[in-house]
Design a protein around this ligand. Structure first.
Ligand code: ASP
Ligand code: MG
Length: 440
């Protein structure tokens, strides 16, 4: 039943405007780039915009480079050379000894980056970070676009920064939807209607004409922005997994693939910590009812998962989700007074001020517990502010385990093998805060 719905949707939307997204793992080496070529030869079409991330772990390496540049570490040149060699090796393997000038401008991009590293860094480290780290997506899209053109998969390379307009929040830029919509509608739409387009995920530009980034793993979000503004008929994210699973198969060997997932359920799973889809991706798709297909680039003919509007026969399977790198704070008033509403509102004002993401909370007479994302500096700053009025108990490096759409009360083996610090149950969600280490 579900797979036939999936197939019908896929056939229905395969004749029209599409957006594809290929992440870092799908372009991690020359063989992977060739595989992308094979997929596009088979599933490519004219009205297709392809969003590509940086190759493999390039963004991590560029983060190291930005740090070395900002702190003038002696290994700056070495990190740069490693990044360059990684890309040069991929290009050589794609060319396979043949004469090709198609990749020459990538050499120029590396020279441009090298020159940037010679200059005195600007005073804002986040601004510097975005200018350096964004090179990853520029390199990858140049290489992929050139390779595809050389194998006869004709496409046009486009700079995403000319279309994704953002504010100045470097490393976590907010999209200026009105301007982005206008730019994509007026300038990009006519191009995509004519030919296949390759562009970058993750990056945008602010009105100071400087590059911004949308936050780590933000390429899915970029793809959703393009899909929304182009009024695309579908977005397909090509992954190294079969689709959206109901648990991480490394932790749960019985994990199963979900055929159809509603938008609210996908948002819920992303909120609890499922990493398969970036949390911001669903909303722009849901707004225009654009279906999202999560498919395997290893097995491209398989159906994958379809995220879309709720259907009658929704797969109502429980999802088991682990969120790592958490901190549990238990906050008590110094004078043992009640956790009254004014105190709670004061606490939330502090969470907001220090940009703390609350993943679970629990209130008792004199104490209030929150499970929050571990963040080097923010949690320290928050604790200093709290210490003025409250006694705080801290459990660092804990994990949050959630079962959504739970069907019974049974405790999964993963939880049973760890020490439980806090438990919370609602109608169909069960959550545990557990220590990160095995108890035996
Ligand atoms: N290359 C960026 C990152 O690794 C964006 C992405 O892959 O989605 O965070
Ligand atoms: Mg990446």
């Amino acid at each position: 039943m579900c797979s036939s719905i999936f197939e019908n949707l896929y056939v229905l939307y395969s004749q029209s405007m599409k957006v594809y997204k290929f992440g870092g793992a799908s372009v991690k080496n020359a063989a992977a780039v060739k595989n992308v070529g094979d997929i596009l030869m088979k599933f490519g079409s004219n009205e297709l915009l392809i969003v590509v991330s940086a190759m493999g772990k390039t963004t991590n390496a560029l983060e190291q480079l930005a740090k070395a540049y900002l702190n003038n570490y002696p290994n700056k040149g070495q990190i740069y050379s490693e990044i360059k060699k990684f890309h040069d090796d991929i290009i050589s393997e794609l060319i396979q000894g043949k004469q090709s000038h198609g990749y020459d401008d990538i050499e120029n991009l590396f020279i441009e980056l090298e020159c940037e590293l010679e200059m005195e860094p600007a005073s804002d480290p986040d601004l510097v970070y975005d200018q350096i780290v964004s090179y990853g997506e520029i390199f990858s899209t140049r290489i992929v676009s050139t390779y595809l053109n050389e194998i006869g998969c004709k496409n046009r390379w486009i700079d995403a920064r000319n279309f994704i307009a953002t504010d100045n929040t470097y490393r976590d830029a907010k999209v200026d939807w009105d301007l982005t919509q206008k730019l994509i509608h007026q300038k990009l739409n006519p191009i995509v209607k004519k030919q296949m387009v390759i562009t970058q995920g993750f990056i945008g530009k602010n009105n100071d004409n400087l590059t911004t980034t949308l936050g780590r793993e933000g390429s899915d979000y970029s793809a959703a922005i393009f899909a929304n503004c182009l009024n695309a008929n579908e977005l397909t994210i090509w992954k190294d997994v079969a689709g959206v699973m109901n648990a991480d198969p490394k932790l749960f060997p019985d994990a199963i693939k979900i055929e159809h997932l509603s938008y609210p359920r996908a948002i819920e799973m992303a909120f609890y910590g499922a990493t398969i889809i970036h949390p911001k991706t669903i909303q722009p798709l849901q707004q225009k009812q654009i279906p999202l297909f999560v498919k395997s680039f290893i097995n491209p003919d398989a159906t994958g998962t379809c995220v879309g509007v709720e259907i009658e026969k929704e797969d109502d399977v429980p999802a088991y989700i682990l969120k790592k790198d958490q901190t549990l704070l238990s906050i008590k008033c110094k004078d043992y007074s009640f956790m009254s509403e004014d105190r709670l509102s004061n606490l939330f004002a502090l969470f907001n001020q220090y940009q703390i993401k609350v993943n679970l909370m629990q209130n008792s007479a004199i104490s209030f517990s929150v499970c929050i994302n571990q963040h080097e500096t923010r949690v320290q700053d928050l604790m200093q502010a709290l210490a003025l009025h409250y006694d705080i108990k801290v459990n660092q490096h804990v994990e949050l385990f959630t079962i959504s759409h739970a069907k019974n009360d049974s405790v999964p083996a993963y939880v049973a093998n760890h020490k439980v610090i806090l438990e919370q149950k609602t109608r169909n969600t069960i959550q545990w805060v557990i220590t990160a280490n095995l108890t035996h």
